[in-house]
Design a protein around this ligand. Structure first.
Ligand SMILES: C[S@@+](CC[C@H](N)C(=O)[O-])C[C@H]1O[C@@H](n2cnc3c(N)ncnc32)[C@H](O)[C@@H]1O
Length: 268
């Protein structure tokens, strides 16, 4: 292997435990980028790790002990709607900033946004984070299929175990949405609070995803506060950004405002 190439740089980046469970193709792509802008050695490692932190690591409010989570999950009843399963899901979703701030509006969010298309028969949850643990609050049909993807292999492992435990027809896969768009055909795709994050790697990814996803409906959302908790006119900013992004499309768009999130249900 070329010791100065993207593969070798990616390996170096992944020696830090914080980055070793991230899908390799993303780390290699960012390593390639670092090298192509002329970075070498420690500066290149730092560039890739900073990017990975920005798009992934920064959302973790605490380190998740996946082995402990898996053993807690194994002790739970298998009924998706039991109180114990709900408590486990809420506790775990609190570890990721994105799902943590959805907790106060959880039932209202999914019931309201998905009402026009409920009961939902299939979901593709893109850049899912821990959001599949919100399934107990979603208006899904009894036989619904759920596909979820993100960059963290350990997080996807927990979600996959959750699907199996509650006997849900679900599958997870590791993805880098900037380099490939999943091809599953579904009733609805979720692109929840991820466009701003993905735009840090590719300014045009938002529309590319909206156009490329094979879904009849796409539930898109944006944060209304920054990770630091500040509200710097974000709701207006993202509302305008989204409107501008889809201005040439004849899609039907329904808009929903919540205390912690701005959402759009796009119907193609
Ligand atoms: C703001 S969080 C949103 C998480 C989830 N959708 C939610 O609403 O709770 C952004 C998510 O994008 C994921 N992510 C970052 N870069 C990605 C990429 N290139 N491909 C797929 N997912 C990515 C992160 O790991 C993180 O889970």
């Amino acid at each position: 292997m070329d010791k100065t190439g993207p593969q070798a740089l990616a390996q170096q980046v992944m020696t830090n435990p914080k980055y070793k469970t991230i899908v390799n193709s993303l780390v290699v792509r960012l390593s390639h980028e670092a090298i192509s802008i002329g970075l070498t050695g420690k500066a290149a490692v730092k560039y890739v790790r900073n990017k990975l932190h920005q798009v992934g690591g920064a959302y973790f409010k605490q380190t998740i002990d996946y082995a402990a989570e898996q053993s807690q999950l194994a002790q739970l009843p298998t009924d998706l709607h039991s109180d114990q399963v709900a408590a486990f899901c809420q506790k775990t979703m609190r570890s990721h900033a994105s799902t943590a701030e959805r907790l106060p509006i959880l039932a209202e969010f999914f019931q309201t946004c998905l009402a026009p298309i409920a009961p939902v028969t299939s979901v593709l949850d893109l850049a899912c984070g821990l959001n599949p643990l919100a399934i107990p609050w979603m208006p899904l049909s009894g036989s619904a299929q759920y596909f979820a993807c993100d960059i963290y292999l350990d997080m996807l492992g927990l979600i996959e175990s959750f699907f199996i435990h509650v006997n849900l027809d679900g599958k997870t896969s590791a993805c880098d949405l900037v380099s490939a768009i999943p091809i599953q055909e579904v009733q609805v795709a979720f692109l929840l609070k991820s466009i701003p994050c993905l735009e840090q790697m590719d300014k045009r990814i938002g529309l590319r995803l909206l156009e490329g996803i094979q879904a009849q409906h796409i539930l898109v959302s944006f944060p209304v506060h920054s990770l630091g908790g500040k509200n710097k006119g974000m709701q207006e900013f993202y509302g305008e950004h989204f409107t501008e992004m889809i201005k040439d499309k004849s899609w039907r768009v329904r808009e929903f405002h919540f205390k912690t999130e701005l959402a759009f249900l796009v119907s193609k």
